[in-house]
Ligand binder design. Structure first.
Ligand code: NAP
Length: 396
């Protein structure tokens, strides 16, 4: 992101990546039934300074309208399928690339996209390293395009979270919001979620000034003084992005050596609105109903100090979303799914793609490549099993 972009007015309030999502700041109900919405489970995203935000629109998180089931542009009226040759779980770059490939191979995939579809790029301001976009592209816009491309070839997307799976026999079964989906094969591309500091005050004030999503919530911090925790690329990127809105950004890192890439460190360190605090960790987030300050601890001396603050963004990494699969599939020491022979799991017909197994590269482009590989492997496996005909060689 360039400085002139950073100084720009926040015209880019996070728009709905999937069309028609509106944020109503004055709302008392997000769902039309009078109840107050909980902060987004994965990001804590909620108006930190006032009433709750009503999210009105399509099948994205908090949707008030019926689920949008995709297809080739025929839209919501199309029949909602629950059986497919390929069920894909997850809708980040891996899941949607798998969907594009599977759909073009006439496998009519169903993507169970999650209640906050789009994966981690939905939390990214600007992607400068995805090939094909020399000027960079907003993460949510990139994911909107992935989704549109998957739908164009007949993918059905359902924006719900899965609750349970049964991989004991074929067709494999997956339950999501009370519906049973059946697939002759499954591609797991559930990615990874933000890690939190896990202190009581942080949890209590999530959505009340504490967030893990600068793209979602940066807009609410116009002219305010805020902090970002972390020393990796995410922390650098979020700090720089938040300077678009905030009066000042404090970057808090527990060591004095950063994990981030040099170019990102330089951009953050040189930014006039960013003040870096090394050897600093958050001891407590201060404030009863909203963030009012931070108690910080010097990691070398143990001394504590207090700093007035109006917002706190956590950018300390991610954990793989594997809980629902743990009874069925192997995980490694860090909890990531184990793959064998490129994209295979230990269960024949269940394939794995993207950040849910990859903690080495963790890039959108590598996840997308993985999704492509998983779809090709699934298609070849279906063919070998006699479930599909060998007719798709040209579809790739
Ligand atoms: P990361 O590289 O794992 O960095 C996490 C940071 O958070 C580390 O500095 C770590 O401190 C700190 N941390 C972890 N737990 C903490 C805790 N409990 N309290 C305080 N600090 C804590 O994660 P990331 O920054 O999210 O990046 C993940 C991957 O995505 C990386 O490969 C990165 O390059 C990539 N990425 C790329 C871009 C880009 O190119 N635009 C943007 C974002 C991410 P220590 O250093 O002390 O362990």
């Amino acid at each position: 992101m360039s400085d002139d972009q950073a100084d720009r007015e926040p015209a880019s309030q996070p728009a709905s990546p999937f069309g028609g999502l509106k944020i109503d700041f004055g709302a008392t109900s997000a769902n039309g039934n009078g109840s107050v919405p909980a902060p987004d489970a994965s990001t804590g995203s909620l108006n930190p300074f006032g009433g709750p935000i009503a999210i009105i629109g399509t099948g994205a998180a908090g949707a008030a309208e019926p689920l949008k089931v995709g297809g080739d542009g025929r839209g919501p009226a199309q029949r909602h399928r629950t059986e497919s040759k390929v069920l894909i779980v997850g809708s980040g770059p891996a899941g949607l690339t798998a969907a594009i490939y599977a759909a073009r191979a006439n496998l009519e995939p169903i993507v169970i996209a999650g209640s906050t579809p789009g994966g981690q790029l939905m939390l990214t301001s600007e992607v400068e390293n995805y090939p094909g976009f020399p000027e960079g592209i907003d993460g949510p816009e990139l994911m909107r395009r992935f989704r549109e491309q998957a739908e164009r070839f007949g993918t059905q997307l359902v924006d719900v979270d899965i609750e349970r799976v049964d991989f004991s026999s074929r067709p494999f079964r997956i339950w999501a919001r009370g519906t049973e989906y059946r697939g002759q094969s499954v591609i797991i591309a559930t990615g990874a979620s933000a890690i939190w500091l896990d202190i009581e005050s942080e949890q209590r004030l999530r959505g009340r000034g504490v967030s893990a999503c600068a793209t979602c919530d940066g807009f609410f911090f116009k002219d305010r003084e805020i902090a970002v925790v972390g020393g990796g690329d995410s922390a650098m990127e979020e700090s720089i992005y938040l300077t678009k809105f905030a009066r000042k950004v404090h970057l808090l890192h527990r060591r004095d050596d950063f994990r981030a890439s040099k170019i990102m460190i330089d951009r953050a360190l040189e930014h006039p609105k960013i003040e870096v605090h090394t050897n600093t960790e958050v001891d407590e987030v201060l404030g009863k109903s909203k963030v009012e300050g931070l108690r910080l601890r010097d990691t070398r001396t143990g001394e504590t100090s207090e700093l007035p603050m109006e917002g706190l963004f956590i950018a300390i990494g991610h954990k793989p979303n594997t809980d629902v699969f743990r009874d069925w599939l192997e995980v490694d020491q860090k909890g990531y799914l184990a793959v064998h022979d490129h994209t295979r799991s230990r269960i024949d017909g269940v394939f794995i793609a993207g950040d849910v197994h990859d903690h080495r590269y963790r890039q959108a482009v590598t996840a997308a490549g993985d999704g492509c590989m998983a779809a090709i492997d699934a298609e070849r496996w279906l063919e070998a099993e006699g479930i599909t005909e060998a007719a798709t060689a040209t579809a790739w």
